[in-house]
Design a protein around this ligand. Structure first.
Ligand SMILES: Nc1nc2c(ncn2[C@@H]2O[C@H](COP(=O)(O)OP(=O)(O)OP(=O)(O)O)[C@@H](O)[C@H]2O)c(=O)[nH]1
Length: 350
């Protein structure tokens, strides 16, 4: 789902840019404070890092390697935090910054990257904290140490839970946005996205890719005779049959109303026309049972178009397949038109 992934990247880009500005500001302020306290090495690191953040600002606005630049930014950032914790003249309150490690890591790197980054640097910080404060002249009482260790773990746990449920909800929303709510199969938005993916796959593996547009015949009569509810059931019946009959690499989608489209990977023009005709026969021979034991025979008319020979993008293929579908309607319905050749035989009276 490239569009959604793109959105995800832009969200992370904004977070990183905000963090870079913060690093620039805070880096210079802390450097000033540390110079005043005689911590020249730490102050120099902070100034260098603030300049690094400044240089990164234009890079992150456009880079295609956002994850790599994020890691390049975060690793020294967290290293400076841990280093500050180890220095003899710094305050133990530096540990408060350690709490931001999981939040920043999960926000910028997602679940897996966030987990590893947090685990590494929280562990390093806890070790550094112990080296510095558990024994010796600066030793803190056990309660403070325990509080800090557990609060860090809690922040990490909550960040992990939050990111997991955010990812789950995002997936669910993406799924819902690409699903037709009456039939449960894909909708037109998903067709656009799947077409891009399947076209790349077809080009990479030198496979054919065909599109079938099909429209249920005399559907207005179904609604008029049996009512809208039965019309809805007929649409669901047709969608289920189409989706069940196709391979996992294909896509059945409802374009709208009583019109559907099939994307068939690995099917050349003749194979797509044959498959569409088999589907037509299968639907026609599996009537929908309606009230009082009556059965409703459903047929469709379809048109076929194939990548390269009929067009190179989805809108060109839809236009050709749509035109052929209307030819099939004009020729008497309940048939498939693949080209200008004579259509296949018709099963039923229409
Ligand atoms: N029940 C139901 N009917 C729908 C839905 N969407 C569109 N329709 C109906 O589908 C019918 C389409 O009618 P037409 O465009 O005249 O086409 P047709 O009767 O199928 O005739 P041909 O396509 O020429 O064979 C209309 O009555 C629409 O109301 C839906 O979601 N549910």
């Amino acid at each position: 789902m490239p569009e959604q992934l793109e959105q995800d990247q832009s969200h992370r880009r904004s977070v990183l840019r905000a963090l870079l500005w913060l690093t620039l500001g805070c880096g210079l302020i802390f450097a000033g404070l540390n110079v005043a306290r005689g911590l020249y090495l730490l102050a120099s690191l902070e100034v260098l890092y603030a300049l690094f953040a400044l240089c990164l600002l234009p890079v992150v606005a456009t880079t295609r390697h956002l994850v790599a630049w994020t890691v390049a930014y975060l690793v020294p950032f967290f290293c400076i935090m841990v280093f500050a914790l180890l220095l003899p003249n710094t305050s133990f309150t530096v540990f408060a910054w350690i709490q931001t490690i999981p939040i920043i890591s999960y926000l910028l790197l997602g679940l897996r990257g966030g987990l590893w980054m947090s685990l590494c640097f929280i562990t390093a910080a806890v070790v550094a904290f112990n080296v510095r404060y558990v024994t010796g002249e600066h030793a803190l009482n056990g309660l403070i140490v325990t509080n800090l260790a557990f609060s860090s773990l809690a922040v990490m746990l909550f960040s992990h839970i939050y990111e997991s449920s955010r990812v789950r909800n995002e997936r669910r929303l993406i799924e819902l946005a690409g699903t037709d709510n009456l039939t449960g199969i894909a909708n037109r938005m998903r067709l656009n996205e799947e077409f891009q993916r399947l076209r790349s796959q077809a080009e990479r593996s030198a496979m054919a890719l065909s599109l079938v547009v099909l429209d249920l015949d005399f559907f207005k009569r179904v609604n008029d005779q049996y009512g809208h509810d039965v019309g809805d059931k007929a649409l669901q019946h047709a969608a289920t049959m189409l989706a069940n009959r196709l391979r996992g690499s294909d896509l059945a989608c409802r374009l709208g109303g009583e019109e559907f489209a099939l994307l068939l990977l690995g099917a050349d023009h003749a194979q797509a026309a044959r498959l569409a005709d088999q589907l037509r026969q299968q639907l026609y021979s599996a009537p929908l049972l309606v009230a009082s034991g009556r059965s409703l025979q459903i047929s469709f008319s379809g048109g076929v178009a194939t990548l390269a020979q009929d067009g190179d993008d989805l809108s060109a293929l839809l236009k050709v397949a749509d035109r052929r579908m209307y030819e099939a309607k004009a020729l008497g319905r309940n048939r498939i038109v693949a080209a200008t050749a004579l259509p296949p035989a018709v099963d039923g009276p229409n």
